[in-house]
Design a protein around this ligand. Structure first.
Ligand SMILES: Cc1ncc(COP(=O)(O)O)c(C=O)c1O
Length: 404
């Protein structure tokens, strides 16, 4: 079959099944309000939780970074792509999240893709071994893809029900007497479609009882959860208790790009040698590295930013509910507004954009059938006035569409 015909028919299928992803271009910087089609609208769809994407201090640090260290490094880290700022940022990250050391990647997608196979595909001097990974059913695509690279002859994989520590405990118990070399429990800290938290205290306990490594992808918890924004582990009082933490610089911490893995000194030294997405890929550019250093410094100094995000979130959650919308309860700035029908979510997202709110709808297969929703993402960049403007639009559109 001709390749163009083949992909055209797949593209048509995506359109027919309403899963084709359209891109709406912003004519401004990412911020509390943005310009779309010449009109200013309130942004409720960005991972820009702390408003760092357009923060004057962060932009200044990025510009200074380019001035001093150049635009790019044109090298992987172990060749000639390590500048002092990369080492500085790794130290800052590990201090902030509470791990012994940290390692930068070009994205957290790359971090997740590099992590699992770096451990499981290597003999490390052990003959005839087998490892096992237990993974939450709703883990992020990059965790799933990372695990796909683990060779099946050396890695077993089991999926446990979403957030279900009891199911995980049963699986661990079943395998208790099997001679696995490594047992890895993998979970998101915060699940981005639901805004809910992994049951970390129970997972820490299970990891300890069954001698497993606990891996937490906290891309949506970093800068958001816990009093200081250290992450989901801070929220639960578990700083220092998680074996491996993955985070992104592409959401709360500036929103540009870049990711990292935090862990013990030995784990990070090992990944520096073995993670293929680290070794065979370019180093992060100075603009991002310097802006990220500034973002962690700002977060460490100014406690009011995380507080503002948490206050904005509590306010939005309370008010949207009092308008009569059904949300998934929680405390995270990801607020799923349940509409059930995909067509309602699609129509409402379009109507809200006209009414001055940028928000995206999610429907099957991104979320289960019959659970279509709008996903609001609250930000510290939003003023009370912006939030109230968004809430008025929700009220107007919700009533018109007989959703409330
Ligand atoms: C849980 C989780 N992990 C990893 C990623 C990938 O992040 P990055 O943009 O840094 O590759 C995302 C982003 O969608 C995410 O939500």
């Amino acid at each position: 079959m001709n390749i163009t015909e083949l992909i055209s028919s797949e593209l048509s299928r995506l359109e027919e099944s309403k899963t084709y992803k359209y891109e709406t271009a912003l004519q401004s910087a990412q911020a509390g309000t943005v310009t779309v089609g010449g009109k200013e609208v309130v942004m409720l769809a960005a991972n820009n939780y702390l408003g760092m994407s357009n923060h004057p201090l962060i932009k200044k640090a990025a510009i200074e970074g380019i001035k001093h260290y150049g635009y790019g490094v044109a090298s992987a880290r172990f060749l000639c792509g390590t500048q002092t700022i990369h080492q500085q940022l790794e130290k800052k990250i590990s201090k902030f999240i509470g791990t012994e050391d940290a390692l930068l990647f070009s994205s957290s997608f790359a971090a997740n893709v590099g992590f699992f196979s770096a451990l499981t595909n290597e003999k490390m001097g052990v003959e005839n071994y087998k490892d096992i990974i237990y993974s939450d059913k709703l883990n992020h695509a990059s965790i799933i893809d990372g695990q796909r690279l683990c060779r099946p002859e050396v890695t077993d994989k089991k999926i446990y029900n979403h957030g279900d520590a009891e199911h995980l405990a049963r699986l661990l118990e079943e395998d208790k007497d099997k001679d696995y070399r490594l047992r890895i429990i993998a979970t998101d800290g915060i699940f981005s479609m639901e805004g809910d938290m992994a049951p970390l205290p129970k997972l820490v306990e299970l990891a300890k009882n069954y001698n497993a490594i606990l891996f937490v992808d906290d891309c949506h918890g970093l800068g958001v959860c816990g009093k200081h924004g250290r992450g989901t582990h801070e929220h639960f009082g578990l700083v220092g208790k998680i074996d491996v933490i993955v985070g992104t610089l592409g959401k709360a911490i500036g929103g540009a790009a870049g990711g990292f893995i935090g862990g013990s000194k030995e784990m990070i030294s090992y990944l520096r040698q073995k993670a293929r997405t680290y070794i065979f890929s370019n180093s992060l550019p100075p603009s991002i590295v310097c802006a990220s250093i500034a973002a962690f410094d700002l977060l460490s100094k100014d406690k009011s930013i995380v507080k503002r995000l948490q206050d904005n979130t509590a306010y939005f959650r309370k008010e949207i509910k009092s308008l009569g919308f059904t949300i998934i309860e929680g405390t995270h700035p990801v607020v799923p507004i349940m509409l059930n029908e995909a067509s309602v979510a699609q129509d409402m997202s379009a109507a809200l954009l006209k009414a001055g709110v940028y928000i995206k709808g999610l429907w099957f297969p991104v979320v289960p059938k019959g659970e279509a929703r709008l996903r609001a993402q609250v930000s510290a960049a939003l003023s009370k006035k912006d939030i109230n403007r968004a809430l008025s639009a929700f009220e107007k559109v919700g009533k018109k569409m007989h959703v409330i």
